[in-house]
Structure formats: structure tokens, C-alpha cells
Design a protein. Structure first.
Length: 437
């Protein structure tokens, strides 16, 4: 019967059978050392060269042997099984791997991004790259837990829609039988329609943006983590988005402590999160960094970096909430501030220098929503089902949305958001590079 590698810690002196992948092979004369991994961890296997003849990295093996304590001076403190090793008595190759195109045994897989993605089924096996997606799974789990703590119901929404959510040209048009349809830019309209049903909902779903650009922080297909809350006003919305963000990141940080250390990431600072309007943030930038961007309608990328630096130093917080963006720059469903309709009851959450969440209080009045659509040149006929929810009564409501890949990227301080996507989609790639000849 197979024993998971992590369970070998409790079986010193016993004979066990493990199954997994050979990560590295080190030959020392008649003795060979193999690092073998499975889903639970990695263990050093000691075997004679004769028994390990012709086995190499990524071969799938089953090994039977005795679990032994390592000599104290040979303990590997970098892995959970570092105090033990397996003295192999029998090795069976379950599946051979062909010669690898690069060395998978290095601690860091030092490859250019195109190569990293061209060989994605292989590079994802590397222990450090695999850790990225362990952290991402913990972010997902933490988000679901935080949303459930708010009494939200998880819903599943379509990714094919009859209209574009935000308007504009950045949508993927598809042939839907004999009709025109779109890949959804956001689950926004659907989650709003569910507020009168459940009051509080959350969704984990794909969203698509046909942005004609290639940057280190944008993808054409992303994963959104959304909440939508009924019977709520602006100040409480800010409380909730910050609560969900903190709980999500804390959960991932605690569950993946070793992975974060491996990436050299310092602990997240969870001090009281400062809240600033765009104007107030620009005043801080002028005062603290002597840069005057007060005529701009939004924060520049450098402003976001600097305001997060200010929050870390002055408030012991890696988060900043920015509010009151110009109404004209926000989607049609965003509620203007009654005190100054030029600005909206909207917000972004910045984390370590970049926006990872956005949202707003929504317009819940049917006639006001119609007027907002028309003022932007959008045809209400394209939103008939959505508008039904408001026609038949919608409570005050609002919500927010994280980008999973971007959040993973900045928690681990990766250099490119594509590293935080298992199989990234952008202008240049759909699994394979689109510009290959």
C-alpha cells in the first residue's frame, strides 16, 4: 500500500512503499541519491547505482525501502522530511520521461517567460512554481471563507452574454449559433440580479477583456472573486471589502507560510487601512513626494506605489483604500455621490503598490439606471433582463471584485502576472504562441 512521503516522518524504522516523481539524481560512486516528490512533499532516497540504473529526472517511480533517521550533521532543514531518508530496497519505473529540455533540478527555474510558458505542463512540476498555485489555492479558499463569513451565498454565472457589461470595444465577440454574443467582461450584471434573491452573494468566475496591449499586469482571461451585498450603504461597504481582503490574505499567509518564505516575501502589514479619496491621495503625493498630479482624474502607477509606501511607513498597512473616482470614468451602474455627482461612490483597494480590488455602491433606482445607460449612448434594449431586477425592486446595494492572478502576483512579488496563471491567455498566446511561424 502506498505511503505519502509526509507520513514517512512517523514511520522511522518501518518499510514503506512510496510513489512519485524523481526531481534530482546525484551520483556518489556506488551510491545514488534521489530526491523524490509526491503531492505531500519530498524525500531523499538512498539507493545503489545498480538498482537506480537509467532513472532520471521526472521518471515516475514506485520505491520500497526502510525509513531511517539522517545523521544529525546531514539534516536538511529546508524541507519537512529533512530529518529522514528512505533506504531503497526496490525501485520500479512506472513511466519514463524523455530527456528534459532544461535542468529541472535547480532551486529556481531560471528561464525566460516564453520558454516557461511553452513548456507549461513540465515547468508547472517544478517545486517552486508549483508553490505559486498552492498559494493561489489558499487565496481562493480564504476568499470563500471570508465571503461565507459575511453570509454570502455562492452563485455560478454565465460567461456568455447578450451584451457587453461595461460598454466599449474591449470585448470578445463570438458567433452564437446564428446570433451575436459576447464573452463576459465581468459577472457584474448577473450578480446584481441575484441580490433580490439572496441579498448577499459571491462568485468565482472567469472574465474576458480584449485589451489590445501587452503589459506585465494584464491578461485577456482572468479569474474574478466577487461579492455583491444588498441593504448596505457606502461606509459599510468599505468595512466589508477591507474585512474580506484582510481575511483572504491572512488565511493564505498562515496556510502557506513556508512558500512565502521560499519566495523571500516579508509578512503582510495589517495595520488600520487608511481611506483616502483620489483628491486626498493626490494631496499626500504632493506633500510626501513633491509630485503634483492633482489635475489628473486618477492615480498614476507611480502614485499607487508611493501611496502604498506612505501607508506602510505611516500606518503599518500594506493596504490603502482609494475612493471617489470621477463618475464619468466608471461603469454606468456606479452611483454618483449625492453630495457631488461629478464623483462616484466607488473605490479601489491598493495592495503593495497596485490595485487588486475595485467596486462601488450601485445605482439601485430603475429610472436613474436607465438615464445613466442613455447618457453613455448605451441602448437599454440590450439590458432588458438586467433591468427587470430593478424594475421589480432592488435594495440599496454594492459590491467589489478581486483579480485572483493579480493578487497572487503581488502577494508573492512575481514580476509578471502570467507567472500567476496556470495557462495564461493574452494577445500573443493561447497555450501556444500565436505568432509562431
Amino acid at each position: 500500500m502506498r505511503t505519502l512521503i509526509i507520513d514517512c516522518i512517523e514511520k522511522i524504522g518501518e518499510t514503506v512503499e512510496i510513489s512519485g516523481f524523481i526531481q534530482t539524481r546525484r551520483d556518489h560512486g556506488k551510491i545514488v541519491f534521489l530526491d523524490v516528490s509526491d503531492r505531500s512533499g519530498m524525500i531523499q532516497v538512498v539507493i545503489t547505482g545498480e538498482k537506480a540504473e537509467d532513472v532520471h529526472s521526472q521518471d515516475v517511480v514506485s520505491i520500497t525501502g526502510k525509513v531511517q533517521k539522517r545523521p544529525e550533521n546531514l539534516v536538511n532543514k529546508n524541507i519537512s522530511t529533512g530529518e529522514i531518508e528512505l533506504s531503497a530496497e526496490k525501485l520500479e519505473v512506472l513511466s519514463k520521461a524523455v530527456e528534459l529540455p532544461f535542468d529541472m533540478g535547480a532551486k529556481d527555474l531560471d528561464l525566460q517567460l516564453p520558454t516557461l510558458l511553452d513548456f507549461r505542463p513540465l515547468t508547472l512540476r517544478h517545486p517552486k512554481i508549483k508553490q505559486i498555485f498552492k498559494v493561489q489555492a489558499a487565496i481562493l479558499e480564504g476568499f470563500r471563507k471570508a465571503a461565507t463569513d459575511l453570509d454570502c451565498t455562492e452563485i455560478v454565472v454565465p460567461t456568455i452574454a447578450a451584451s457587453s457589461t461595461e460598454g466599449g470595444a474591449e470585448v470578445f465577440k463570438i458567433d452564437y449559433y446564428e446570433h451575436k454574443a459576447f464573452l463576459t467582461q465581468s459577472p457584474q450584471l448577473y450578480k446584481q440580479m441575484l441580490v433580490p434573491v439572496f441579498e448577499r452573494v459571491f462568485v468565482v468566475t472567469k472574465a474576458y477583456r480584449a485589451e489590445p496591449s501587452v503589459t506585465t499586469r494584464h491578461l485577456s482571461e482572468i479569474t474574478q472573486l466577487d461579492c455583491e451585498i444588498g441593504f448596505i450603504e457606502f461606509p459599510e461597504l468599505l468595512d466589508m471589502l477591507e474585512e474580506v481582503a484582510v481575511k483572504t490574505i491572512k488565511f493564505a499567509e498562515e496556510k502557506c507560510e513556508d512558500a512565502l518564505k521560499e519566495f523571500g516575501v516579508e509578512n503582510v502589514l495589517f495595520g488600520k487601512i487608511p481611506r483616502l479619496s483620489v483628491k486626498e491621495a493626490q494631496d499626500v503625493i504632493l506633500k510626501e513626494f513633491d509630485r503634483d498630479n492633482r489635475k489628473e482624474k486618477d492615480l498614476t502607477p507611480q502614485d499607487e506605489i508611493d501611496i502604498c509606501k506612505w501607508a506602510r511607513e505611516k500606518h503599518s498597512s500594506d493596504f490603502v483604500t482609494i475612493t471617489h473616482f470621477p463618475t464619468s470614468a466608471k461603469p454606468f451602474y456606479t452611483k454618483p455621490d449625492p453630495k457631488d455627482p461629478e464623483y462616484s461612490l466607488s473605490y479601489d483597494l491598493l495592495f503593495r503598490g497596485v490595485e487588486v480590488l475595485s467596486g462601488s455602491q450601485r445605482i439601485n433606482d430603475h429610472s436613474q439606471l436607465l438615464e445613466s445607460l442613455k447618457s453613455r449612448g448605451m441602448d437599454p434594449k440590450n439590458f432588458e433582463m438586467y433591468l427587470q431586477a430593478f424594475k421589480y425592486g432592488m435594495p440599496p446595494e454594492g459590491g467589489f471584485s478581486f483579480g485572483l492572478e493579480r493578487l497572487t502576483m503581488h502577494l508573492l512579488k512575481l514580476s509578471n502576472v502570467r507567472e500567476a496563471s496556470l495557462f495564461p491567455r493574452d494577445m500573443e498566446r493561447v497555450d501556444i504562441r500565436l505568432n509562431q511561424k
